[in-house]
Design a protein around this ligand. Structure first.
Ligand SMILES: Cc1cc2nc3c(=O)[nH]c(=O)nc-3n(C[C@H](O)[C@H](O)[C@H](O)COP(=O)(O)O)c2cc1C
Length: 333
């Protein structure tokens, strides 16, 4: 199952494994430009047999970075090294997307902004509440970054609507305390989706990452998100289901902890769903697909630790040059 191909529009993913977006904090000059580290990091996972690589959170504006070491796509000068990564990953037979994001009040940079003027916690800066003009600038920044993502040749764009970053700050009733036309955060999200779509090739896929559950009785639930997604599902191709990070509270995590959220959303909306969370083996991923909890499974920390773990399940997938390594693989993990 998990190693079977998956077709979405005119894209055939060679398997249903997505490398989850993970910040690497490896930009050295605070310029948002990808480095040799990023090239090696992403192509290594493609070499390891991952079907779908998602590049880490990449900011659409300098004050939308989570840290100064994050990737950015607010300038044409950031295009070239990302193009090399895309070419490298494609040459290894994998698809690749980029996660476009704005951290809002969770940014550790300066002059930060949000849907609110309340900080994330005492240890974060106090954000300026965005005016409608400020919002327009951010929507335009997403649009410009999408244009660059098209020029680079990404197969997909993932909008980071999860983990309490800016889109989530507009969507969540735990954060959005506005009384203007953006009180319903869906207006902000839809403006971004429309702007980004207007720059994308018709073959490129648009994916939204959400925090389907906010671990607070007043926060959003998978059922709330299903209702929201039913309004916008004709505009997006896939939803990537995560949870938490909206307010500084505890996440109750265990292997597969987000599968129930994905199942609800898949059943209620019919959208293609990707999820994961503490999944460190392909058997659990297979179970999730068999139970129709989701359509693809993401792996994060497992791939940091063991970029070649897929081949331990199926040695026949080893690249030709590595075939002789199979004589050494004794235990499956
Ligand atoms: C080092 C690290 C960096 C992360 N950075 C991001 C990120 O840039 N964007 C994002 O949406 N999630 C990020 N996450 C969350 C992961 O994408 C993933 O959802 C989470 O780690 C759970 O999956 P796992 O248990 O397979 O690691 C990060 C996680 C880790 C461990």
């Amino acid at each position: 199952m998990i190693l079977d191909p998956f077709v979405i529009k005119n894209h055939t993913f060679k398997n249903r494994i997505m490398m989850s977006p993970m910040c690497m904090y490896q930009v050295y000059k605070k310029d948002g430009v990808a480095t040799n580290f990023h090239y090696t990091h992403y192509t290594a996972r493609a070499l390891g047999g991952v079907g779908y690589i998602m590049i880490e959170s990449t900011a659409v504006l300098p004050n939308g970075r989570i840290t100064y070491e994050d990737l950015g796509l607010w300038s044409d000068s950031q295009i070239e090294p990302l193009k090399k990564i895309v070419e490298g990953v494609h040459a290894l037979g994998a698809k690749i997307g980029i996660q476009l994001s704005h951290a809002g009040r969770k940014s550790r940079t300066e002059n930060i902004v949000s849907s609110t003027n309340q900080p994330f916690s005492e240890s974060y800066l106090t954000p300026g509440r965005l005016s409608p003009e400020g919002i327009k600038e951010i929507v335009n920044a997403f649009k410009a970054s999408a244009r660059r993502a098209r020029e680079i040749g990404f197969d997909s764009i993932e909008l980071h609507g999860a983990h309490g970053y800016l889109i989530n700050q507009f969507m969540s009733p735990l954060v959005n305390d506005r009384d203007d036309e953006y009180k319903d955060g869906l207006k902000f999200l839809e403006e971004i989706i429309d702007a980004v779509r207007s720059e994308m090739d018709k073959d490129q896929l648009l994916q939204l990452r959400i925090s389907a559950y906010e671990y607070d009785e007043l926060g959003l639930t998978p059922y709330d998100w299903a209702g929201i997604l039913n309004v916008i599902k004709h505009k997006i191709d896939m939803v990537d289901i995560s949870s938490g990070g909206v307010i500084p509270n505890m996440v109750n995590d265990y292997p597969g902890y987000q599968l129930p959220f994905a199942k609800i959303i898949k059943e209620e909306t019919g959208i293609i769903t990707i999820t994961g969370g503490q999944i460190d083996n392909l058997n659990l991923a297979n179970e999730a697909l068999e139970k129709e909890d989701c359509d693809m499974v993401f792996f994060g920390r497992k791939l940091l630790m063991d970029p070649f773990f897929i081949y331990k399940y199926d040695e026949s997938l080893l690249p030709t040059s590595y075939k002789r390594a199979s004589t050494l693989i004794k235990s499956k993990s």
